[in-house]
Design a protein around this ligand. Structure first.
Ligand SMILES: Nc1ncnc2c1ncn2[C@@H]1O[C@H](COP(=O)(O)OP(=O)(O)O)[C@@H](O)[C@H]1O
Ligand SMILES: [Mg+2]
Length: 338
């Protein structure tokens, strides 16, 4: 069976006044129907640019070069026409972004915004689209959806606005949902509610998910597999189970040590990764993590490690991947979803 989405050797760079920024450098992954993939990494690691590339949602004034392939249902989204892509956006591929206020139209009632997308993508009549919009708003947990659909976005709380975004994204029953830090702006209890809702609905509707986040709690709550990015490059790709049980890459391990856990707080132990990520305007020779890694060999500074396959569902871009995979399995840890 062919994959729903196949990203092959995607690279994206921007020409800026400060030089060429390599925002994504050699990213590959695939996603089957109904599957979910978490993309994790520090701020600036290329997560958002990767997801925007899938729908070619670059700024009007961006001087951008993209190479590679993005096959969606077998067709390369980097090569389809703009008209066709606008039918796919919001139709077969839904999106939810971090800040619902900038994505919602401030002067249009929320019900109409949901209905508009339904009309555009399905050709439903006005009353049909309205009914479906109210139904979706109700499904995402907007109380009194029938009345509240007449209200403007500003009269909703942050969590409720994000629920409206979920309603818009799922209203046309997409095959794929891309969520970029969808709950980062929300407080933790609301965050958990929205994640749960998103997960429930997408499973019910059989929708594949790309969940972009810097938060392992969010990944644990929503993803089957995870891709860890650093300095525009993929570092590790594995199942959630492997991530928490036997992360291979020193960078992934470093990130996991940063997850605040109860015992850390009691003993005051959090282990930041020393140093800073490299500037993406500079040419990166060797492994981008080498300057911050405790296991660096000469080779790491000279040659970029490929993603080594170390198990049926596990890849790691580290020259020591095979050796590290032989280590004793880490004891079961009480990682918890948010
Ligand atoms: N339109 C743009 N023009 C120039 N550089 C950009 C643009 N968008 C993103 N970048 C740069 O690309 C890199 C990756 O950004 P991004 O994908 O937003 O990171 P993340 O989502 O992981 O925080 C950053 O260095 C960022 O400054
Ligand atoms: Mg981002």
């Amino acid at each position: 069976m062919s994959a729903l989405l196949e990203v092959k050797d995607l690279s994206v760079s921007f020409e800026t006044r400060g030089g060429v920024v390599r925002a994504v450098d050699g990213l590959s992954f695939s996603l089957g129907a109904g599957e979910s993939l978490g993309i994790v990494g520090e701020s600036g690691s290329g997560k958002t640019v990767s997801s925007l590339s899938i729908l070619r949602l670059f700024g009007l004034f961006d001087d951008v070069s993209v190479s590679g392939k993005i096959l969606f249902e077998g067709r390369d989204l980097l090569r389809v026409s703009e008209a066709e892509l606008s039918r796919i956006r919001g139709g077969k591929i839904g999106m939810v972004f971090q800040d619902p206020l900038t994505s919602l139209n401030p002067v249009m009632p929320v019900g109409e915004q949901v209905a508009e997308s339904i009309r555009f993508h399905t050709g439903a009549s006005r009353p049909q689209a309205h009914r479906r919009a109210v139904e979706m708003l109700d499904r995402v947990g907007i109380p009194d959806a029938n009345k509240r659909c007449e209200e403007l976005p500003h009269s909703f709380s942050g969590g409720m606005r994000q629920r409206v975004m979920v309603a818009i994204a799922l209203a046309c029953e997409p095959k794929l949902l891309i969520a970029d830090e969808p709950t980062t702006a929300l407080d933790v209890t609301v965050q958990a509610q929205v994640l749960l809702l998103l997960d429930e609905l997408r499973r019910e509707m059989g929708i594949a998910l790309i969940m972009i986040t810097h938060d392992f709690g969010v990944v644990a709550a929503t993803a089957d597999r995870v891709l860890v990015m650093y300095a525009a490059q993929p570092m590790e790709h594995c199942s959630i189970h492997h991530l928490f049980q036997r992360a291979n890459h020193p960078y992934t391990e470093g990130l996991l040590r940063l997850v605040p856990r109860f015992e850390h707080q009691v003993h005051g132990r959090l282990h930041p990764i020393e140093g800073q990520p490299p500037a993406l305007t500079e040419e990166i020779v060797g492994c981008p993590f080498a300057p911050r890694c405790s296991f660096t060999l000469d080779r790491c500074k000279q040659e970029r490690p490929p993603l080594f396959r170390i198990g049926p569902d596990h890849e790691s871009a580290c020259w020591l991947a095979a050796e590290r995979a032989e280590r004793e399995t880490l004891p079961d840890k009480p990682w918890k979803a948010v």
